[in-house]
Structure formats: C-alpha cells, structure tokens
Write a protein that binds this ligand. Structure first.
Ligand code: ZN
Ligand code: ZN
Ligand code: ZN
Ligand code: ZN
Ligand code: ZN
Length: 622
C-alpha cells in the first residue's frame, strides 16, 4: 500500500518506522519511502551538521551510522515522494466477544476489509491501538499472555484506559494477569547502569499507537546555498582578502562581478606584458614618444586587478593571516548578501516611504536606532529567498533527548541497495540577518578583560581586531561545530550571538510565526545571525518581510526586555540565567541549547566562561 503526502509531512510524520492513522486502512506502519534525486544540494552542509549531530549522540546510536565524510557514499539523500506502509499493529480484537486474533493469521482475508470474528462468527475485528516500544528504537505489537490451561484462544483484554490497571483474562476459567513486563536485550539496556536504580528503563514500554513518543523524527536544518557560485570566487588567489574587504564594506560593487573582472584581467595581463615589451623595444629605436608612453600607461591601467588597493589595505591590517583559503562562514555571509534577494535599510525605507506611511517611517527609524544604540547591532537585512534544506537523519523512540534513547538510522529502502536514507526537503524561505557592531564587540571584550589588546578606533580597525584576536571563530559555522579549545573571548562572542538569537526567536510570534517554524543560523566569524522560517507555508509567506518593514521596533524592544527576566527566577538566575523559561528551545536550536546565558547581555555569572561579566547591553556607548 502506498500514498503521497506533502514532503514536509513525510519528513516529520511518515518516515520509515512511524505509525499513523489511515482513513481507510486503519492504523499503519511505514515500511519504506520512495525518493527522488534532489537537484541542487549543499552536500558539505549536510555532512557538517550530521557529523556534529552524531558527535552529540556519541555512545547513543552514532556507531550505527556511516561516517558522514569518509563513508558518504553509503548514504542515499533523496526528496521523499511516496510512502509505503502496511497495517500495524497486527493484534485485533472482536468488537462483540473480545476474541483476540492476529492479522497475520487472517491472511486469506483482504486486509482492508473488516474481518468477521472466527470465534463468535458475528463480531468484526478491529485493531488494538496499543504497541510496545523501547528507547533503542524497537517497536513490537503488545504481547498476548497465555492461560496455563487454555492457551491464548480465550484470552480477552480488559481495557481500563490505563496500562497499570488494564489486564488480561481467560473467558473459560477467569484466569487473570496484568500486562506482561519484559526487558529488551539491546545496546540501550546495556547502557543503563545496573546500580543506577533505573532498571525500569530496560523494560519495553506500553504506548498508544498515536502517542508522540512512538517516533521522533530528527530533522536538522541546513542553509542550502549554491556551492557553484562560491566556487568562482574561491578560485581567486586573493579571495580571502577580497571577501574581508567586502565584509568590512571597503567597496560597494558586487563581489561576484569583481571576481569575474579580476579573472578576466589576470588572463589579459599576460598578453599585455608582451605588448609592453614590444612598445619598450620600439621606444628604444625611435626615442621617447608621447603616444608610446600613453599606450604604456593605458596598458598598465588595464592590467591592474580591480580592488587591489583595498586588498592591500586588508593585508596590512591582518598581517598574521595564515590561511589564504577563506572560511565557509565568510563565503556564505557574503554570498547571502551578494547573491540573494536582500532588502537593506535604504531599500526598506524606500518601500515604506513609497506607501506614504509617515508613522511607519518613524517606527522604522526608531527600530534601527534601537538596534544600534541598545542592542549593539550594526546592520539588519531581510532576505526574501533564503534557501533552506530540512534533513531527516534518523529517529528515536521513547525520548528524543541524548542519553535517554538511541538515535537510529532509517531503514534502507528496498530500491537502494542497503544505503542509509537521509530525507531532505528544500525550499526558499525568508530570513532576517543581523550583524553585531564589531567596534562594540571588541570594546566590550576588552572592558571585560576577556582579552588584551588596544581599543580599536573605528569599524575597519575593529574588524581587523576581531580577525586577529578571535581567530578560531573562522573555523566553524553554527554552534554545534564549535571547537573545544576556543579562547574565553571567542566563547563569550558565540554566547553573545547565540543568546541574542534565542531572544529574537522567542519573540518572533509577533509576526504570527509559530516559534517552532523558525530557526537560526549563526555565522560567528562575521558576527551575524540569520533568523529564518523553516517552511514556506501560505501562512508564513511574507511574515518576515512584514516583521522587518512594520514591526521591527516592537520585536527588538521585546527581545531586549526579555534579557532581564525569567519566569523561573530566582532559580534561573542562580543557574546561569538560561533555562526553558527564558532561552531554551525545544526545536530548531542549531546549537542544542549550548552557549546560552542572559547574563552575557544583562551582566552576571556566565557558566560557559566560569566568571562574571558586564553585560553587552549594559555597557554605555554613545
Ligand atoms: Zn467475536
Ligand atoms: Zn531495546
Ligand atoms: Zn483459562
Ligand atoms: Zn530562565
Ligand atoms: Zn540555538
């Protein structure tokens, strides 16, 4: 049996191993999902986040997955298309006499027709809506105990609505017994320490088939920027400096145009060199000549690579830069702003002004002023075609928390020769990108004695300062991949970015978004955060643009205020100012709630730094 569902639905609710209610066939179990090949996919992005996720689950199922880098060919990445399923659980009960039967015993009957009871001959069988699961990923029909005298032929299920009080009874002799308990012999049970008093965790657990704990699909978001466009830029031998010059706003032109011109000029300059030699030779014969000199001057100009001066300026500011290879985060940051549809401050002003909306314009001004003065931001953009891919990497049962269950890879499809499936759904959504002010960040780090160094004087100097003082921020994107050996200033910086990101996410309901449908993407090196929607449902279309154009001030103000409070105070305060009441997110936290503390903004003890700091939002700047 098979059917089609929306791709996003499949990702969350119809992956292999899940149970669902079918209008016609009753309760069913997904055995397979057919996929189509995706056309454009940021493969390295998937490898990166899967690898980081498996690291988090180390010891809890990670070894069942092929290595995302070395064994990538053992994965099959596909866009879900068709769901294959069969009825489950197979245990059925007669609606009249309670006779228990097994669907697999009724093979001669069509599975989709209500079958008549073999014992009373009149009642219809219906599925018992229960199953047993274990946190290792196992799922079984509930066991039917036997009567010592009559076997299982007359056993009926006395459903009290609660597993602790429900029981089994033999209709012939009134033998009764409770729901059988049994332990699962598996890797998860072995991981439960025998002296922990948590032996119950080894037991199979009874659940209703519609219980959410039956299956948690683990879906991770990645930014699906085209690697192709980045490649052209990457080939420029000065790409790293050119990108930094762009990040530091040293030039306005589109960086991809500049890179193309630089490549063309470099190719041409070889020809120019030959011409130059010819002219010089000619000059030697005919003496100094005005036209020849003009020609030489012109040749010199056309062989000069565009933006050379700015590149030289960057080089002088970061003399210790060792790698000529730009980081992926830097490339992505620039690619987002230079190759996607982006509304910037000037554009949004124009949009609002063209509607003759004077109060809107006033509000917008207030918003940007608040962002700069109170929040220490430098820039805010709105991206109207932000490319996102959601990747379902595996599932767990009983719990979706690390250490409470095993992460299990999806069952390979019959068509794909044992390859581990990864289901992916790509879409263009909307996002808002925010960048911290590098001068504020560097001054705050110095003022907190988190680093030495001189106070930088302006934006360019402070960008260079960050590049020199926070070198490891270039090594990762997101939070999950943060190396263990970050220096304290680097840790403070990502805690700052991540905490601001969560406050903004928490208050995004302002724009009508379900908080679960928005995600974050953090680019530490460029001091930037992207808040994006994860799907492009009709409800959310335009929501981010509206937020940016019409509710910026309110959104930023609410997020700011939220840094100073938590419903779980004073407990939250004592435990590092980060908890479910204020900062933690259940879904779509790409850092899985690491590196979060309101204290980084309002001042106080920051656990990740093991010390007190003056808050980023508490240091006055004029
Ligand atoms: Zn019956
Ligand atoms: Zn188990
Ligand atoms: Zn009996
Ligand atoms: Zn809290
Ligand atoms: Zn997060």
């Amino acid at each position: 049996m098979k059917f089609y569902r929306s791709r996003t639905q499949i990702l969350y609710r119809y992956v292999p191993g899940s149970i669902f209610e079918h209008d016609y066939f009753g309760t069913c179990f997904v055995t397979d999902v057919n996929v189509n090949a995706p056309d454009k996919l940021n493969t390295s992005g998937i490898q990166r986040i899967l690898s980081a996720y498996l690291d988090l689950w180390a010891g809890f199922g990670d070894d069942a997955f092929p290595d995302p880098y070395d064994e990538w060919s053992e994965y099959k990445v596909g866009i879900p298309d068709r769901v294959i399923f069969e009825p489950f659980p197979p245990i059925v009960e007669c609606s009249r006499c309670g006779h228990i039967n097994d669907l697999s015993q009724l093979r001669n009957q069509p599975l989709d027709a209500p079958t008549v009871c073999s014992q009373c001959g009149t009642g219809k069988y219906r599925q018992l809506q229960y199953a047993t699961i274990h946190n290792c990923g196992k799922l079984s029909p509930i066991p039917v105990p036997k009567c010592p005298t009559h076997g299982d032929e007359y056993m009926v299920f006395e459903d009290t609505g609660r597993f602790v009080t429900a029981y089994w009874k033999c209709k012939k002799c009134s033998y009764t017994r409770g729901m059988p308990r049994y332990t699962c012999q598996c890797a998860f049970s072995r991981a439960v320490a025998s002296d922990s008093g948590e032996d119950y965790k080894k037991n199979m657990q009874y659940v209703r088939t519609n219980d959410t704990s039956v299956l948690y699909s683990h879906v991770l978001p990645i930014v699906n920027l085209s690697e192709e466009s980045q490649e052209k830029l990457r080939q420029d031998p000065q790409a790293h400096y050119l990108l930094l010059a762009k990040l530091w706003s040293l030039f306005d032109r589109n960086i991809f145009d500049v890179a193309r011109e630089r490549a063309a000029t470099a190719a041409q300059s070889q020809g120019n060199a030959q011409q130059k030699e010819l002219i010089e030779a000619l000059k030697n014969q005919i003496g100094d000549n005005v036209s020849a000199n003009q020609l030489l001057e012109q040749l010199k100009k056309t062989s000069e690579l565009p933006e050379r001066e700015n590149i030289d300026r960057v080089k002088s500011l970061v003399p210790r830069l060792t790698s000529t290879e730009p980081s992926q985060a830097l490339l992505e940051h620039v690619a987002i702003l230079e190759s996607l549809d982006v509304i910037d401050e000037a554009q949004v002003r124009e949009n609002v002004d063209s509607r003759n909306d004077q109060s809107g314009l006033y509000d917008l001004d207030q918003g940007f002023r608040f962002a700069r003065n109170q929040l220490g931001l430098q820039d805010i953009w709105c991206i109207t075609d932000f490319p996102i891919a959601m990747v379902a990497v595996g599932f767990s049962r009983g719990s979706k928390s690390i250490g409470e269950a095993l992460l299990v890879p999806f069952r390979p499809s019959k068509n794909d020769g044992g390859k581990v499936p990864l289901y992916v759904v790509t879409s263009n959504t909307e996002g808002i990108m925010l960048q911290l002010n590098p001068l504020r960040v560097s001054s705050w780090l110095i003022e907190n004695n988190l680093t030495g160094g001189e106070y930088p004087l302006d934006d360019i100097e402070s960008w260079a300062w960050c590049k020199n003082m926070l070198p490891k921020l270039s090594e990762f994107r997101g939070i999950t991949n943060a190396p263990d050996d970050l220096n304290i200033a680097e840790k403070a910086t990502i805690t700052l970015l991540h905490t601001i990101s969560h406050l903004l996410l928490k208050h995004i309901e302002w724009s009508g978004f379900d908080p679960e449908s928005v995600g974050e993407y953090i680019l530490p090196e460029t001091l930037s955060i992207v808040i994006h929607s994860n799907n492009y449902s009709s409800f959310t279309i335009g929501g981010m643009v509206t937020l940016y154009e019409q509710r910026l001030h309110g959104w930023l103000r609410d997020s700011y205020n939220a840094a100073f409070n938590c419903i779980y105070n004073p407990i939250c305060e004592d435990e590092g100012s980060s908890c479910v009441g204020c900062l933690h997110r259940q879904y779509n936290c790409e850092g899985f709630n690491q590196y979060l503390s309101r204290a980084i903004l309002k001042g106080g003890y920051v656990p990740d730094l093991s010390r007190n700091v003056k808050g980023y939002w508490m240091i006055s700047h004029e």
